[in-house]
Design a protein around this ligand. Structure first.
Ligand SMILES: Nc1nc2c(ncn2[C@@H]2O[C@H](COP(=O)(O)OP(=O)(O)O)[C@@H](O)[C@H]2O)c(=O)[nH]1
Ligand SMILES: [Mg+2]
Length: 329
Protein backbone atom coordinates (compact mmCIF):
# COMPACT_ATOMS: atom_id res chain seq x y z
CA UNK A 1 0.00 0.00 0.00
CA UNK A 2 1.39 3.35 -1.03
CA UNK A 3 0.80 6.49 1.02
CA UNK A 4 1.72 9.91 -0.38
CA UNK A 5 2.72 12.68 2.04
CA UNK A 6 1.90 16.05 0.50
CA UNK A 7 1.50 19.62 1.67
CA UNK A 8 2.63 23.21 1.30
CA UNK A 9 6.35 24.03 1.65
CA UNK A 10 7.45 23.99 5.28
CA UNK A 11 4.38 22.17 6.56
CA UNK A 12 6.55 19.50 8.18
CA UNK A 13 6.17 16.78 5.58
CA UNK A 14 9.82 15.78 5.58
CA UNK A 15 9.95 15.95 9.36
CA UNK A 16 7.03 13.50 9.46
CA UNK A 17 8.72 11.29 6.85
CA UNK A 18 11.88 11.10 8.96
CA UNK A 19 9.89 10.39 12.10
CA UNK A 20 8.13 7.54 10.27
CA UNK A 21 11.51 6.25 9.11
CA UNK A 22 12.75 6.43 12.70
CA UNK A 23 15.83 8.36 11.64
CA UNK A 24 16.81 12.02 11.28
CA UNK A 25 19.06 10.99 8.40
CA UNK A 26 16.35 9.28 6.33
CA UNK A 27 16.55 10.12 2.63
CA UNK A 28 13.28 11.86 1.80
CA UNK A 29 13.94 11.45 -1.91
CA UNK A 30 13.37 7.71 -1.75
CA UNK A 31 10.21 5.73 -0.98
CA UNK A 32 10.17 4.43 2.59
CA UNK A 33 8.96 0.89 3.17
CA UNK A 34 7.93 0.11 6.73
CA UNK A 35 6.57 -2.98 8.41
CA UNK A 36 3.10 -2.60 9.81
CA UNK A 37 3.48 -3.06 13.57
CA UNK A 38 1.15 -5.83 14.78
CA UNK A 39 1.21 -7.23 18.31
CA UNK A 40 -0.97 -10.13 17.26
CA UNK A 41 1.54 -11.22 14.65
CA UNK A 42 4.34 -10.86 17.21
CA UNK A 43 2.43 -13.22 19.48
CA UNK A 44 1.94 -15.80 16.72
CA UNK A 45 5.65 -15.62 15.98
CA UNK A 46 6.51 -16.20 19.63
CA UNK A 47 4.40 -19.37 19.63
CA UNK A 48 5.63 -20.89 16.36
CA UNK A 49 9.17 -19.61 16.16
CA UNK A 50 8.94 -19.82 12.35
CA UNK A 51 11.74 -19.48 9.80
CA UNK A 52 10.05 -16.36 8.55
CA UNK A 53 7.72 -13.78 10.07
CA UNK A 54 6.12 -11.59 7.43
CA UNK A 55 4.52 -8.32 8.42
CA UNK A 56 2.26 -6.40 6.10
CA UNK A 57 4.07 -3.36 4.76
CA UNK A 58 3.30 0.15 3.60
CA UNK A 59 5.33 2.52 1.46
CA UNK A 60 5.48 6.25 2.22
CA UNK A 61 6.49 8.90 -0.34
CA UNK A 62 7.49 12.44 0.51
CA UNK A 63 5.95 14.35 -2.39
CA UNK A 64 8.34 17.28 -2.89
CA UNK A 65 7.24 20.91 -3.07
CA UNK A 66 5.27 22.06 -4.87
CA UNK A 67 3.27 18.95 -4.03
CA UNK A 68 0.51 19.76 -6.50
CA UNK A 69 2.56 20.57 -9.59
CA UNK A 70 1.87 18.46 -12.67
CA UNK A 71 5.08 16.52 -12.19
CA UNK A 72 4.43 15.74 -8.55
CA UNK A 73 0.77 14.93 -9.06
CA UNK A 74 1.88 11.75 -10.79
CA UNK A 75 3.37 10.62 -7.47
CA UNK A 76 0.11 11.28 -5.69
CA UNK A 77 -1.94 9.50 -8.35
CA UNK A 78 0.17 6.44 -7.76
CA UNK A 79 -0.75 6.28 -4.07
CA UNK A 80 -3.69 4.45 -2.51
CA UNK A 81 -4.05 7.07 0.21
CA UNK A 82 -3.27 10.78 0.19
CA UNK A 83 -1.95 12.27 3.40
CA UNK A 84 -1.97 16.05 3.54
CA UNK A 85 0.22 17.66 6.19
CA UNK A 86 -0.87 21.06 7.52
CA UNK A 87 1.42 23.47 9.35
CA UNK A 88 -0.18 23.97 12.74
CA UNK A 89 3.02 24.73 14.66
CA UNK A 90 4.34 27.95 13.14
CA UNK A 91 2.48 30.48 11.04
CA UNK A 92 0.16 28.18 9.17
CA UNK A 93 -3.58 28.76 8.86
CA UNK A 94 -4.71 25.14 8.74
CA UNK A 95 -8.26 25.81 7.57
CA UNK A 96 -7.16 28.09 4.77
CA UNK A 97 -4.38 25.70 3.74
CA UNK A 98 -6.75 22.76 3.75
CA UNK A 99 -9.27 24.61 1.58
CA UNK A 100 -6.52 25.62 -0.83
CA UNK A 101 -5.19 22.09 -1.20
CA UNK A 102 -8.67 20.66 -1.58
CA UNK A 103 -9.37 23.19 -4.38
CA UNK A 104 -6.15 22.19 -6.06
CA UNK A 105 -7.24 18.54 -6.06
CA UNK A 106 -10.71 19.39 -7.33
CA UNK A 107 -9.40 21.67 -10.11
CA UNK A 108 -7.10 18.94 -11.34
CA UNK A 109 -9.94 16.42 -11.36
CA UNK A 110 -12.20 18.87 -13.17
CA UNK A 111 -9.64 19.45 -15.91
CA UNK A 112 -9.27 15.72 -16.41
CA UNK A 113 -13.02 15.04 -16.41
CA UNK A 114 -13.69 17.92 -18.83
CA UNK A 115 -11.06 16.67 -21.24
CA UNK A 116 -12.43 13.16 -21.13
CA UNK A 117 -16.03 14.31 -21.51
CA UNK A 118 -15.14 16.49 -24.53
CA UNK A 119 -13.52 13.48 -26.13
CA UNK A 120 -16.52 11.23 -25.50
CA UNK A 121 -18.80 13.90 -26.97
CA UNK A 122 -16.61 14.22 -30.05
CA UNK A 123 -16.81 10.46 -30.54
CA UNK A 124 -20.61 10.80 -30.24
CA UNK A 125 -20.58 8.90 -27.00
CA UNK A 126 -21.92 11.88 -25.07
CA UNK A 127 -24.83 9.83 -23.76
CA UNK A 128 -22.78 6.84 -22.60
CA UNK A 129 -22.83 5.83 -18.96
CA UNK A 130 -19.37 7.28 -18.50
CA UNK A 131 -20.28 10.62 -20.07
CA UNK A 132 -23.37 10.96 -17.91
CA UNK A 133 -21.34 10.18 -14.82
CA UNK A 134 -18.61 12.69 -15.75
CA UNK A 135 -21.18 15.42 -16.34
CA UNK A 136 -22.72 14.70 -12.93
CA UNK A 137 -19.33 14.82 -11.22
CA UNK A 138 -18.34 18.05 -12.95
CA UNK A 139 -21.47 19.71 -11.69
CA UNK A 140 -20.69 18.72 -8.11
CA UNK A 141 -17.05 19.74 -8.39
CA UNK A 142 -18.06 23.16 -9.74
CA UNK A 143 -19.87 23.62 -6.43
CA UNK A 144 -16.65 22.80 -4.63
CA UNK A 145 -17.34 19.19 -3.66
CA UNK A 146 -14.44 16.76 -3.64
CA UNK A 147 -15.41 13.44 -5.24
CA UNK A 148 -14.80 11.42 -2.08
CA UNK A 149 -17.88 12.91 -0.39
CA UNK A 150 -20.32 11.84 -3.12
CA UNK A 151 -20.79 8.25 -1.98
CA UNK A 152 -20.22 6.83 -5.46
CA UNK A 153 -21.17 3.20 -5.91
CA UNK A 154 -18.83 0.42 -6.99
CA UNK A 155 -19.91 0.62 -10.63
CA UNK A 156 -19.12 4.32 -10.70
CA UNK A 157 -15.74 4.05 -8.99
CA UNK A 158 -14.96 1.20 -11.39
CA UNK A 159 -15.55 3.49 -14.38
CA UNK A 160 -13.38 6.18 -12.80
CA UNK A 161 -10.56 3.91 -11.65
CA UNK A 162 -8.30 4.44 -14.72
CA UNK A 163 -8.21 8.20 -14.06
CA UNK A 164 -6.91 7.96 -10.49
CA UNK A 165 -8.85 11.10 -9.57
CA UNK A 166 -7.22 12.97 -6.72
CA UNK A 167 -10.24 14.19 -4.79
CA UNK A 168 -11.64 10.65 -4.82
CA UNK A 169 -8.66 9.19 -2.99
CA UNK A 170 -9.04 8.39 0.69
CA UNK A 171 -7.70 11.40 2.56
CA UNK A 172 -5.83 11.66 5.85
CA UNK A 173 -5.14 15.13 7.18
CA UNK A 174 -2.25 15.56 9.57
CA UNK A 175 -2.42 18.68 11.67
CA UNK A 176 1.24 19.07 12.53
CA UNK A 177 1.53 19.79 16.22
CA UNK A 178 -2.06 19.97 17.22
CA UNK A 179 -1.75 17.53 20.06
CA UNK A 180 -3.72 14.39 20.62
CA UNK A 181 -6.55 13.59 20.96
CA UNK A 182 -8.06 15.91 18.38
CA UNK A 183 -10.54 18.15 20.12
CA UNK A 184 -13.99 17.68 18.59
CA UNK A 185 -14.88 21.37 18.76
CA UNK A 186 -11.94 22.31 16.60
CA UNK A 187 -13.12 24.03 13.40
CA UNK A 188 -10.66 22.06 11.29
CA UNK A 189 -12.00 18.77 12.59
CA UNK A 190 -15.50 19.76 11.43
CA UNK A 191 -14.34 20.63 7.92
CA UNK A 192 -12.24 17.50 7.51
CA UNK A 193 -15.19 15.41 8.65
CA UNK A 194 -17.45 17.18 6.12
CA UNK A 195 -14.90 16.34 3.46
CA UNK A 196 -14.87 12.67 4.52
CA UNK A 197 -11.24 12.78 5.59
CA UNK A 198 -9.58 11.47 8.74
CA UNK A 199 -7.89 14.04 10.95
CA UNK A 200 -4.81 13.18 13.01
CA UNK A 201 -2.92 15.49 15.31
CA UNK A 202 0.80 14.71 15.11
CA UNK A 203 3.63 16.65 16.66
CA UNK A 204 6.15 15.75 13.99
CA UNK A 205 9.04 17.63 15.61
CA UNK A 206 8.48 15.79 18.88
CA UNK A 207 8.13 12.44 17.12
CA UNK A 208 11.37 12.99 15.27
CA UNK A 209 13.15 13.77 18.55
CA UNK A 210 11.75 10.54 19.95
CA UNK A 211 13.62 8.50 17.35
CA UNK A 212 16.84 9.60 19.06
CA UNK A 213 16.08 7.85 22.34
CA UNK A 214 15.91 4.19 23.36
CA UNK A 215 13.00 2.26 21.93
CA UNK A 216 11.56 1.19 25.28
CA UNK A 217 11.72 4.78 26.54
CA UNK A 218 9.89 6.05 23.45
CA UNK A 219 6.64 4.43 24.48
CA UNK A 220 6.84 5.88 27.97
CA UNK A 221 7.52 9.34 26.57
CA UNK A 222 4.61 9.11 24.13
CA UNK A 223 2.25 8.13 26.92
CA UNK A 224 3.50 10.84 29.26
CA UNK A 225 2.65 13.38 26.54
CA UNK A 226 -0.83 11.92 26.17
CA UNK A 227 -0.28 10.16 22.84
CA UNK A 228 -1.94 6.77 22.48
CA UNK A 229 0.71 5.41 20.11
CA UNK A 230 3.39 6.50 17.64
CA UNK A 231 2.55 8.52 14.55
CA UNK A 232 3.49 5.50 12.47
CA UNK A 233 0.88 3.30 14.14
CA UNK A 234 -1.76 5.99 14.02
CA UNK A 235 -1.16 6.81 10.36
CA UNK A 236 -1.24 3.17 9.31
CA UNK A 237 -4.37 2.55 11.33
CA UNK A 238 -6.07 5.52 9.68
CA UNK A 239 -4.96 4.35 6.22
CA UNK A 240 -6.25 0.81 6.81
CA UNK A 241 -9.53 2.17 8.00
CA UNK A 242 -9.83 4.63 5.09
CA UNK A 243 -9.25 1.76 2.67
CA UNK A 244 -11.59 -0.58 4.57
CA UNK A 245 -8.80 -3.05 5.19
CA UNK A 246 -8.72 -5.74 7.84
CA UNK A 247 -6.03 -8.32 8.55
CA UNK A 248 -6.08 -12.09 8.64
CA UNK A 249 -3.22 -14.37 9.63
CA UNK A 250 -1.64 -17.60 8.51
CA UNK A 251 0.73 -19.53 10.76
CA UNK A 252 2.99 -22.55 10.75
CA UNK A 253 6.54 -23.75 11.28
CA UNK A 254 7.76 -22.08 8.09
CA UNK A 255 6.03 -18.76 8.28
CA UNK A 256 3.70 -16.60 10.32
CA UNK A 257 2.18 -13.85 8.25
CA UNK A 258 -0.26 -10.93 8.30
CA UNK A 259 -2.44 -10.40 5.22
CA UNK A 260 -4.37 -7.20 4.64
CA UNK A 261 -7.68 -7.72 2.82
CA UNK A 262 -10.81 -5.67 2.09
CA UNK A 263 -13.55 -5.83 4.69
CA UNK A 264 -16.28 -8.16 3.41
CA UNK A 265 -13.88 -10.44 1.54
CA UNK A 266 -14.75 -14.14 1.47
CA UNK A 267 -12.64 -17.15 2.46
CA UNK A 268 -12.20 -17.85 -1.26
CA UNK A 269 -10.83 -14.35 -1.81
CA UNK A 270 -8.47 -14.79 1.14
CA UNK A 271 -7.30 -18.09 -0.31
CA UNK A 272 -6.58 -16.39 -3.64
CA UNK A 273 -4.65 -13.64 -1.86
CA UNK A 274 -2.32 -16.28 -0.42
CA UNK A 275 -1.91 -18.19 -3.68
CA UNK A 276 -4.04 -18.70 -6.80
CA UNK A 277 -3.76 -22.50 -6.35
CA UNK A 278 -5.48 -22.23 -2.98
CA UNK A 279 -8.46 -20.49 -4.58
CA UNK A 280 -8.55 -22.85 -7.55
CA UNK A 281 -8.54 -26.00 -5.45
CA UNK A 282 -10.39 -24.57 -2.43
CA UNK A 283 -12.12 -27.18 -0.28
CA UNK A 284 -12.64 -25.41 3.04
CA UNK A 285 -11.10 -22.98 5.49
CA UNK A 286 -10.25 -23.78 9.10
CA UNK A 287 -10.76 -20.56 11.06
CA UNK A 288 -9.62 -19.59 14.57
CA UNK A 289 -10.39 -16.08 15.82
CA UNK A 290 -7.19 -14.50 17.15
CA UNK A 291 -8.55 -13.92 20.69
CA UNK A 292 -9.44 -17.57 21.03
CA UNK A 293 -5.96 -18.61 19.96
CA UNK A 294 -4.37 -16.03 22.25
CA UNK A 295 -6.13 -17.62 25.22
CA UNK A 296 -5.31 -21.14 24.14
CA UNK A 297 -2.45 -21.26 21.64
CA UNK A 298 -2.80 -24.98 21.03
CA UNK A 299 -4.58 -26.05 17.88
CA UNK A 300 -4.93 -29.70 18.90
CA UNK A 301 -6.55 -28.73 22.18
CA UNK A 302 -8.85 -26.29 20.39
CA UNK A 303 -9.86 -29.05 18.01
CA UNK A 304 -10.61 -31.44 20.87
CA UNK A 305 -12.77 -28.79 22.46
CA UNK A 306 -14.59 -28.36 19.15
CA UNK A 307 -13.45 -24.76 18.81
CA UNK A 308 -12.15 -24.85 15.24
CA UNK A 309 -14.66 -23.57 12.73
CA UNK A 310 -14.77 -25.21 9.36
CA UNK A 311 -15.97 -22.71 6.80
CA UNK A 312 -16.90 -22.77 3.12
CA UNK A 313 -15.81 -20.43 0.35
CA UNK A 314 -18.49 -17.80 1.10
CA UNK A 315 -17.43 -17.30 4.72
CA UNK A 316 -16.75 -13.59 5.39
CA UNK A 317 -13.29 -13.07 6.84
CA UNK A 318 -13.16 -11.18 10.13
CA UNK A 319 -10.33 -9.01 11.38
CA UNK A 320 -7.86 -11.21 13.26
CA UNK A 321 -9.03 -14.54 11.82
CA UNK A 322 -6.26 -17.11 11.70
CA UNK A 323 -6.98 -19.27 8.70
CA UNK A 324 -5.77 -22.45 7.13
CA UNK A 325 -6.96 -23.34 3.65
CA UNK A 326 -7.57 -26.98 2.74
CA UNK A 327 -7.25 -27.37 -0.98
CA UNK A 328 -6.71 -29.86 -3.75
CA UNK A 329 -5.23 -29.08 -7.17
N1 LIG B 1 9.05 22.99 16.37
C1 LIG B 1 8.64 22.30 15.32
N2 LIG B 1 9.27 22.46 14.15
C2 LIG B 1 8.85 21.77 13.08
C3 LIG B 1 7.77 20.84 13.19
N3 LIG B 1 7.58 20.31 11.98
C4 LIG B 1 8.49 20.86 11.16
N4 LIG B 1 9.27 21.74 11.83
C5 LIG B 1 10.36 22.55 11.26
O1 LIG B 1 9.88 23.25 10.11
C6 LIG B 1 10.84 23.27 9.08
C7 LIG B 1 10.28 22.69 7.80
O2 LIG B 1 9.95 21.34 8.02
P1 LIG B 1 10.03 20.25 6.87
O3 LIG B 1 9.59 18.98 7.47
O4 LIG B 1 11.37 20.25 6.22
O5 LIG B 1 8.96 20.83 5.87
P2 LIG B 1 8.51 20.33 4.42
O6 LIG B 1 8.83 21.46 3.48
O7 LIG B 1 7.04 20.14 4.54
O8 LIG B 1 9.22 19.07 4.10
C8 LIG B 1 12.04 22.49 9.60
O9 LIG B 1 13.00 23.40 10.05
C9 LIG B 1 11.47 21.67 10.75
O10 LIG B 1 12.45 21.42 11.72
C10 LIG B 1 7.13 20.68 14.45
O11 LIG B 1 6.20 19.92 14.65
N5 LIG B 1 7.61 21.44 15.49
MG1 LIG C 1 10.62 18.64 2.59
Amino acid sequence: MKIALAGKPGCGRSTLFRALAGSVDADTGKPLTVKVPDRRLDFLESIHNPKKNTHASVVFFDVPSPSFSTKNLALIKNAAVLTVVLDNYALGDTINDFREIESELILNDMALCEKRLARLTKESRGTSREAILLAKLLKRMEDGSPLRILGLDEGETGILAPYALLSLKPLIVVSNRMGDPVTPDDALSGIVLEHCGTLLGIDTGFELELTEIEENEQKQFLESMGYSSSSLSRLIKAAYSALDLIVFFTMGKDETRAWPIRKGATALKAAGTIHSDLARGFIRAVVIPYNLYYECPDKILLKEKGKLSIEGKDYIIKDGDIIEIRFNV
